[in-house]
Design a protein around this ligand. Sequence first.
Ligand code: F6R
Length: 242
Amino acid sequence: MDIRVFETDAEVAAAVAGRVAEAIRARPTLVLGLAAGGTPVATYAELRARFAAGQVDFSHVTTFNIDEFAGIEPSHPGSFRQFMQVHFFSGVNIDPHRIHFLDGSAADLEVECDRYEKAIENAGGIDLQLLGIGTNGHIGFNEPGPALVARTHRVRLHAITRRENAALFSGDVSRVPREALTMGVGTIFRARAIAVVATGQRKAAAVARAVLGPITTHVPASLLQLHGRVELYLDRAAASRL
Ligand code: F6R
């Protein structure tokens, strides 16, 4: 893994935004995989600023978000779709038709997962996937356990994941959906390059297990050791156990 450590969260965000902007300059039709969550918020703010300054053009970029809660509409204020709208899409010139999201309110969630796999395939695959790491070592919503699923699928969220997403649901963990849809580890691994972002002390243990630990389904992020093109963007705190 190509590990890059920065002093601050802001420096991490600038580096990741720079990486994305460079990829778009090199390939204006970039297929970009995105993650929601607190970590990339600063990166999205930086990308919005670069767009406002005329430094990057998203008009031909296609995006696929990695996961979404099940059982809520895309318009629900707690959905990742709305999160992305607020933190990123509303501030850049991505064509709404090129924004792809799993629909957690679909009538048949298995069919919806198949549709998403095919949509990624039809777009030519993901060029660059942005990824966060859960404190429990999850990637996307691929939670630790005895086995992992390769393709996009429906998952049951761990209690810790629901707690960590409670802020999206007015701090009320009982309102966080129990299930979600997520790209599988195989879907994530087909991305031609992966940029993992982790900041803060609370991520230090998961980062160390991902980078230094044995490759195990109990730490899904440890599988990243097997992908040939993973860049890890960390601040000092997240890197403190390496
Ligand atoms: C979100 C996602 C999750 C997060 C992870 C870290 O789309 O796929 O895997 O990246 O839970 O979340 P934060 O950044 O909130 O610590």
